[in-house]
Design a protein around this ligand. Structure first.
Ligand code: SF4
Length: 358
């Protein structure tokens, strides 16, 4: 299995913008990559989160975009066909409103200059509702990085925030504002979030619980999991980097929550609250619950529980059934190698799990 790499490319735009190195980020998007101008409004931060390269107490050169300047650079890069969108975030220079307002002003300026492409911005925890509303109106995607799954880890990582007020409340506001704009059919706005994996001693159980809430109650488009990498000159510089398989299993779990109707309580964890890194979480659930689904009788929801059957294939099964036998399911695209121990056709089963595993 190959992990997708995201690549940066540095660009010089000419004398006017020489003081900035322009970072172009190639984001994986299906079979292609999309070049984005990915940058922080500023990396000046008043906070001191233990894991972060931009923490106030870390010696580092600090820079800041002016909203108008950033907008001009984005428009110029678009004209040169160097980017197809902008991904903006920020450290917290003064207060959350100041930092988010600068992002919103940049996007408003870009739109004034005719930039119609994708723009992604990040709400700072604690931002006021009115600003969130303004951000949702101009951007295509608006996120809040929750970083850790609950308040205990905020204390551990020295994030001086109120998890309930500054994070959960803002996520709810953001979700409500996004819904309003979507209902008006005015833009493509959606919300997302990000969680750091492996910096604190958070468990997969905690991460999946909060992910389920964000997908199923707040209707997020996507949660990103970012595996911890130690940063020199931070309190966590000697901590081991997180195993990339953990990040991968969390992504698989998150798609089960978002697209397959799984509930967080259905996942199977070890005594340490972690997923099995060696096994697809959907397979583990099917195996441990002795799943058996009759493809001629079951609902879409039940079909989606079967390893090897995704949303498109379950729709095809519903359309093409009844099936005569299990090999017949190939015409609906079922991956029999994975599905066969968990399915039967009109009461007939081809392969029992033990036999199949052997
Ligand atoms: S507030 Fe954000 S940018 Fe600042 S130290 Fe914490 S994680 Fe880093």
């Amino acid at each position: 299995m190959a992990f997708k790499r995201q690549k940066y490319q540095k660009l010089t735009l000419g004398s006017k913008y020489d003081r900035h190195t322009i970072p172009i980020f190639h984001a994986s998007c299906g079979n292609r990559t999309t070049p984005l101008l990915k940058t922080l409004m500023t990396n000046r931060c008043m906070n001191d989160c233990k894991f972060c390269p931009f923490r106030a107490n870390r010696g580092k050169s600090r820079e800041e975009w002016e909203p108008k300047e950033l907008a001009r650079v984005a428009v110029k890069l678009r004209k040169l066909r160097k980017i197809e969108g902008v991904f903006l975030s920020s450290s917290v220079k003064r207060d959350p409103d100041y930092s988010f307002r600068r992002q919103v002003e940049s996007v408003q300026e870009m739109r004034k200059l005719g930039f119609t492409d994708y723009v992604h911005i990040k709400v700072m925890p604690g931002t006021s509702r009115d600003l969130i509303k303004q951000g949702v109106k101009v951007a295509d995607r608006v996120g809040i990085n929750i970083e850790f799954p609950n308040k205990g880890h905020y204390e551990d990582m020295k994030l001086h925030l109120d998890f309930k007020q500054d994070i959960l409340k803002r996520l709810r506001w953001l979700s409500e504002e996004v819904k309003k704009v979507q209902e008006q059919g005015k833009c493509r706005a959606g919300m997302d979030s990000q969680i750091i994996v492996g910096a604190s001693d958070e468990t997969d159980k905690e991460i999946i619980k909060i992910s389920g809430y964000i997908y199923q109650k707040l209707d997020a488009r996507r949660i990103y999991y970012s595996k911890f990498e130690p940063v020199p000159n931070t309190p966590l510089e000697n901590k081991d980097p997180e195993n990339p398989w953990r990040e991968y299993r969390l992504y698989q779990s998150s798609f089960l929550l978002r697209d397959y109707g799984f509930k967080s309580k259905e996942f199977i964890f070890g005594d340490d609250g972690r997923l099995d890194l060696k096994e697809d979480p959907k397979f583990t659930i099917a195996k441990e619950t002795d799943l058996l689904v009759d493809v001629n009788e079951s609902s879409r929801e039940e079909l989606l529980k079967v390893p090897g059957i995704g949303p498109k294939i379950s729709d095809k099964i519903l359309k093409k059934r009844p099936f005569k036998n299990i090999p017949d399911l190939r015409r609906a695209g079922v991956i029999l190698k994975r599905a066969s121990p968990f399915i039967e056709v009109s009461g007939v089963r081809q392969s029992k799990l033990n036999k199949w595993l052997n």
